[in-house]
Unconditional design. Structure first.
Length: 326
């Protein structure tokens, strides 16, 4: 569980949040999450006003963990550890509409119907629960120079790397401008962020089709543009939406196309690269142009260097085996 945490740990972050025009209500909500909630309290994860998708017990105290500074683009470093004692298997628990209240992210449960249902679960609050250890992230940000050296070692030409670095530098400027001032449409995202990056990585217009058979951007390993030559499906999302959850949509477009070994999901700032292993796609690498890192332990995947390499036309799935051996 977490809240936006770029302002720092609680309560040191209060002055900065006030300077950023956070309302008193939002700050009180965060205080409730960090201080009022105690170890042993039962938490209910709701969806809307009538659906419960998880029930858990708080374990330990409040933490601020930098490992969660980029979770699909969101900074949620304020953390409370929870042991989930009930999950929506085979389905979530639904109540009449408005059984659960809208409003603050963290609030006291006051629904008698939900409380009565919780009693039927028979959870033991005094039980000692083992929590999964949170993997430690490499806190060193990656420089463009480091990326250049890596790509050169992978056999990419100096001219191609220079063009790519220039393009990335420009895309970072555009991306930061978007973060400050506006929220581009999917079409604008493709035109100004996604396609320029793909071109810089070596994809030619001939092998890069926009809005092809419902695919936002289809990449081909050879011509003509047809199903058996499709090698990458690119699915774009509007900035601010979850990027990685677009996998299922991209996967549906790739279904039945044996030559499609990669999926790229993006909002123009964040990119998730999924590669096919046997019959399923797994998250191979993730990158964020405004927060470049070399790996993402919480995703158990690689970072920007491998993501860029896996997005090039020359990449092949044999490279996964090579990297895993190193």
């Amino acid at each position: 569980m977490g809240y936006p945490g770029s302002a720092g740990k609680w309560p040191d972050c209060i002055k900065k949040l006030e300077s950023e025009k956070w309302s008193k209500r939002k700050i009180t909500d965060l205080k409730r999450f960090c201080e009022v909630m105690k170890e042993g309290d039962i938490v209910v994860l709701r969806l809307g006003t009538n659906e419960v998708v998880g029930v858990g017990i708080i374990i330990g105290g409040y933490q601020w963990l930098d490992e969660f500074s980029d979770v699909d683009g969101w900074d949620i470093q304020h953390v409370r550890r929870v042991k989930w004692i009930w999950k929506p298997i085979p389905e979530s628990k639904k109540f009449p509409v408005y059984t659960l209240k809208q409003g603050d992210t963290t609030q006291k449960l006051d629904s008698k119907k939900v409380k009565d249902w919780l009693k039927t679960l028979g959870s033991n609050k005094n039980k000692n629960y083992d929590l999964t250890e949170i993997p430690k992230a490499n806190k060193n940000d990656i420089s463009l120079e480091s990326i250049s050296e890596y790509l050169f070692d992978q056999g990419i030409s100096s001219i191609s790397i220079e063009n790519l670095v220039k393009e990335i530098d420009e895309l970072i400027r555009i991306a930061k401008w978007y973060l400050k001032y506006t929220n581009p449409s999917e079409y604008e995202t493709n035109a100004y962020l996604v396609i320029p990056l793909l071109k810089a990585l070596g994809w030619t217009p001939q092998k890069m089709a926009v809005e092809w058979n419902k695919v936002d951007v289809a990449l081909f390993n050879k011509l003509p543009r047809k199903d058996e030559n499709l090698t990458v499906v690119v699915e774009s999302k509007k900035k601010g939406n979850s990027c990685l959850t677009a996998k299922s949509q991209a996967e549906s477009y790739a279904e039945g196309k044996s030559s499609c070994k990669r999926l790229i999901v993006t909002d123009g700032l964040r990119y998730g690269v999924f590669v096919r292993e046997k019959s399923k796609y797994i998250l191979y690498a993730y990158m964020n142009l405004t927060n470049m890192r070399d790996d993402y332990p919480i995703y158990e995947c690689k970072g920007i260097k491998s993501a860029l390499r896996a997005m090039t036309p020359e990449w092949n799935d044999f490279e996964i085996q090579i990297e895993n051996k190193e």
